[in-house]
Design a protein around this ligand. Structure first.
Ligand SMILES: Nc1ncnc2c1ncn2[C@@H]1O[C@H](COP(=O)(O)OP(=O)(O)O)[C@@H](O)[C@H]1O
Ligand SMILES: [Mg+2]
Length: 253
């Protein structure tokens, strides 16, 4: 009998919260053409495997931050790195590859109404990875992860809001992104359903995906006690490892 057969397996090597962040912002500002300064001199580092909430009132700059990450908006000044690559000056032809690193969901689910659940998810995979093999297995496995394995052949309008958001999550997840972005994913959902969606995002994070969730859902942020990056008027005003929605002692609005 070999030694390997009698010794217990070595402990899994946990990635050290790294030397190199998966996302970093260096002095980033974004001014829209109409003069609105949405992000101001922002510095930020997010490491592989992090789960963080970006919180702030409506208009504070959360969505702009998300759009800068996927290079749907270009920073006016400063530099953004994803996986060590500077994206601020990346040529357009490299953007599809950059965007494949991300899975993204929004407040509205943006499902294609004439396609079934399985077809919505498969469609995303065909677009991001043409010629993908084992398409059906990947779609079914991903729908199983989000708990919708029994809804493959339903159409979006036959599903509840929470189920539709799960389909959107499956669609964002099917190409196995490194970074999962959720911009107000629970904005249209009741508290119980919202909590289910956040549990799912926590599970996705637990499987090794970095998750960034923009939200102004105070209850959820306070229940999770994860990293909280608070922004006000485009500036980071607080960044805490196990934070709450409001700073301790801060007035409730
Ligand atoms: N495309 C745009 N053009 C001009 N101003 C914009 C645009 N998008 C957002 N803004 C402005 O930028 C600021 C930040 O908006 P946004 O990033 O959407 O914040 P949040 O997601 O936190 O509500 C707001 O003042 C908003 O009106
Ligand atoms: Mg927003």
């Amino acid at each position: 009998m070999s030694l390997a057969a009698i010794l217990p397996p070595p402990p899994a090597v946990r990635p050290v919260p790294g030397l190199r962040p998966v996302i970093s912002f260096h002095g980033v500002s974004k001014t829209y053409p109409n003069g609105t300064q949405a992000i101001r001199d922002l510095d930020l580092a997010i490491y592989h495997g992090d789960f963080c909430f970006v919180v702030g009132a409506s208009g504070s700059g959360k969505t702009t931050l998300v759009r800068l990450l996927i290079r749907e908006e270009v920073a006016t000044t400063g530099r953004i790195f994803i996986d060590g690559q500077e994206t601020t000056r990346m040529p357009r032809r490299r953007l599809p590859k950059l965007r494949r690193k991300f899975g993204i969901v929004f407040q509205d689910y943006k499902l294609l109404p004439r396609l079934t659940v399985a077809q919505n998810v498969a469609f995303a995979l065909r677009v991001t990875r043409p010629g993908q093999r084992h398409l059906r297995e990947k779609v079914e496995e991903t729908l199983w992860i989000v708990g919708l394995e029994d809804k493959l052949n339903k159409f979006p309008d036959e599903l509840s809001g929470g189920e539709q958001q799960r389909v959107a999550i499956a669609r964002a997840l099917v190409h196995r992104p490194r970074i999962f972005l959720a911009d107000e994913p629970t904005g249209n959902l009741d508290p119980d359903t919202s909590w289910g969606i956040v549990q799912l995002l926590l599970q996705i994070n637990h499987r090794g995906t970095t998750v960034v969730m923009a939200t102004h859902n105070r209850e959820i942020v306070d229940l999770c006690r994860r990293r909280v990056i608070a922004i006000e008027n485009g500036r980071v005003v607080r960044d805490e490892a196990e934070g709450a929605y409001l700073r301790e002692g801060e007035a409730t609005i």
